[in-house]
Design a protein around this ligand. Structure first.
Ligand SMILES: NC(=O)c1ccc[n+]([C@@H]2O[C@H](COP(=O)([O-])OP(=O)(O)OC[C@H]3O[C@@H](n4cnc5c(N)ncnc54)[C@H](OP(=O)(O)O)[C@@H]3O)[C@@H](O)[C@H]2O)c1
Length: 243
């Protein structure tokens, strides 16, 4: 694992920490000296994360929450602040994909699920950490959009997903505008297909070499959270790899 001390002393709150991207991000951030508060839903998922990260030794703690639930998000952020006294960065990695039908065939349940999971989650978590970041006079909020949020290609038959992720872009840009003078920056990344075990199982015939490695995305996130990115805010950064 790559190691440095670029995030030494920083507390980073990561949602979706047990996912394909989340695990790689948590591991890399701990390797950079950060303390990571990892949000998870089920105990088995958190145990898998601990196994994946390996020698975390106090740099990683878990906070259980459904991030689409306002009271659970509030309790989770209160818990993180009570434990660490600060949130230097929030990485909203939670997200989900549902596609297949065109808009005419899109089920209301799928629409609501994607808006809740992809967009409302980022709103609730961002809103919950902003007061502490404002008090601190600094902070980083990083969201995860997706390629169809910024490119027309890929929207057909994934309309609800694309709309929810386009909402993530606008949420990010709005936070960047509103808090530009408060020392708080906001960015989002737009991945194409990430090379995760789940994607390999779902699309076994694909050319995996074109997909983006989760560990490489973690490097981009590391820069966005680091002091080196202080002068920029509101970016939508494509992380498409070779695809
Ligand atoms: N994978 C891709 O190719 C791809 C492409 C473009 C964009 N993205 C975006 O990249 C991000 C990470 O993707 P991924 O591949 O790592 O996804 P993933 O493996 O499916 O992980 C999703 C994570 O979100 C958590 N989660 C989902 N709903 C939640 C909720 N209501 N409350 C709390 N946690 C919840 C999951 O927890 P559980 O373990 O409990 O389910 C899991 O940790 C997502 O925003 C996704 O939309 C992914």
């Amino acid at each position: 694992m790559a190691r440095d001390e670029s995030l030494k002393g920083k507390t980073v709150l990561v949602t979706g920490a047990t996912g394909g991207l989340g695990q790689a991000v948590v591991k890399r951030f701990i390797g950079s000296g950060a303390v990571v508060a990892a949000v998870y839903r089920d105990d088995a998922g958190f145990r898998r994360l601990l196994d994946f990260v390996g020698e975390a030794e106090g740099s990683l703690s878990g906070f259980k929450a459904d991030v689409t639930s306002e009271p659970e998000v509030r309790t989770m952020v209160d818990g993180v602040l009570a434990r660490y006294g600060r949130v230097d960065a929030l990485l909203n990695l939670v997200g989900a994909f549902r596609g297949g039908p065109d808009i005419a065939g899109t089920a209301e349940d799928d629409w609501d699920f994607l808006m809740r999971t992809n967009l409302k989650s980022a709103f609730l978590c961002s809103r919950a950490v902003l007061p502490a970041m404002m008090k601190a006079g600094s902070g980083r909020i990083i969201n995860v959009a997706a390629r169809p949020a910024v490119e027309k290609k890929g929207r057909a038959k994934a309309g609800a997903y694309a709309v929810s992720k386009a909402g993530v872009v606008l949420l990010t840009e709005t936070i960047a505008e509103e808090f530009r003078r408060s020392g708080i920056t906001a960015h989002c990344i737009a991945p194409g297909t990430i090379d995760t075990p789940e994607n390999r199982a779902a699309i076994p015939d694909a050319d995996f070499s074109k997909w983006t490695d989760a560990a490489d995305i973690a490097e981009v996130l590391l820069f966005l959270v680091s002091d080196a990115s202080a002068v920029t805010s509101g970016a939508v950064i494509p992380v498409y790899g070779k695809s």
